[in-house]
Write a protein that binds this ligand. Structure first.
Ligand code: ZN
Length: 353
């Protein structure tokens, strides 16, 4: 068995979702989340690579439902993409209507120990990944300003899961080398790095920083073997509504924002096929394609549109994989689902077996 647990395919994923939904809805968790949101009202979004090792809630010790993820191959996004700009506009408008600010974490990732544990989507070129994130951060600032919506560039070093904070004036701090976890120490660090960041956003970012310093200490204590920091994903997830999938290195998630989503899906398929071929995924582990779409409104067209979207994404992904990674498809179980964002419960609409 690998560290992701036994691979019991679709039923295993459904069971995982049911358990996370149960926790998400439990009075204790729901009230704690509500109080956290009252204390830390800033909406936090993260733009990240589809790489299954990048699990921001996990590596910042943050409860489910606080950080909103946007995923794409290599963390590549373009504010010109129609679906992406619409999504960002909806998210920021939602926050602003409620009097909240938005913190946008624009991420890239790399590994200290080996270039080849870096970002496959950037052909392991960390400088290119970093430059892309810097440019995207600037694009956000150009479009949204930096008062109500505040974008920052963040690196993730995946050997230790450490965040790399890029300051406004070019200073870079690797949190695996920062040990002052006191609130004052972190507040001083953030005001030095981000002097123009509104104080409320700084206060709401601080718990993620403290959480990451704690997580890195845990990883160091466990002396996690580096093989665990390599690709081991055996699930391809396409769509949105996967934040209940709170396990590192299990799934490659492809968001629906990229006009060239087909390439992203095919890349995900090739990574999973390679994980199997090189023995990083056990031979008897089930390989799964899962497509999903979220909805918030219970009445009206929204749940129906989510259903249509999940089924469309399934057919689209199966066709792309069938054409480009044909050996993988016969080994894939697949299912389509919609996710109620009020409960995070997934409703399976169709499944292969
Ligand atoms: Zn990547």
């Amino acid at each position: 068995m690998n560290r992701n647990g036994n691979g019991n395919g679709i039923d295993g994923l459904i069971a995982l979702n049911v358990e996370h939904s149960r926790l998400f809805c439990s009075p204790g968790m729901a009230l704690a989340r509500r109080r956290y949101r009252a204390e830390h009202p800033t909406e936090i979004g993260v733009l990240k690579c589809m790489d299954g090792r990048l699990n921001l809630p996990l590596i910042t010790n943050t409860a489910l439902g606080i950080i909103q993820p946007w995923r794409n191959i290599a963390g590549r996004f373009d504010l010109g993409w129609i679906a992406f700009q619409q999504s960002m506009l909806e998210w920021t408008s939602y926050a602003i209507r409620r009097g909240r600010s938005c913190l946008v974490l624009v991420t890239y990732h790399y590994s200290n120990s080996s270039d080849h544990r870096g970002c496959a989507g950037f052909k392991y070129d960390t400088q290119a990944a970093k430059a892309f994130a810097a440019k995207l951060t600037d694009d956000f600032r150009e479009v949204f300003g930096s008062t109500v919506v505040y974008p920052i560039q963040i690196g993730v070093e995946t050997d230790l899961d450490a965040l790399i904070l890029h300051g406004e004036k070019g200073e870079v701090v690797n949190l695996s080398e920062f040990f002052d976890t006191s609130e004052d120490g972190v507040a001083r660090l953030l005001s030095r790095l981000y002097p123009s960041m509104p104080p409320q956003i700084r206060r709401d970012f601080a718990p993620l920083v403290i959480g990451n310093i704690g997580h890195v200490a845990d990883i160091r204590m466990q002396q996690r073997p580096l093989t665990d920091a390599e690709h081991q994903e055996h699930v391809i997830a396409v769509g949105r509504g996967f934040d209940w999938l709170h396990e590192a290195n299990k799934a490659i998630i492809v968001g629906p924002f990229d006009p060239d989503m087909r390439t992203a899906i095919v890349t995900a398929g090739k990574i999973v096929a390679d994980n199997v071929q090189s023995g990083r995924v056990r031979a008897d582990e089930d390989l799964v394609l899962m497509t999903a779409a979220p909805y918030r409104e219970l009445a009206g067209p929204e749940p129906w549109l989510a259903q249509k979207k999940a089924i469309f994404l399934r057919d689209f992904a199966l066709q792309a994989l069938g054409e480009e990674v044909p050996d993988l498809v016969p080994k894939l179980q697949h299912f389509a689902a919609r996710v109620n964002m009020g409960t995070r419960l997934m409703e399976v609409l169709s499944r292969s077996a």
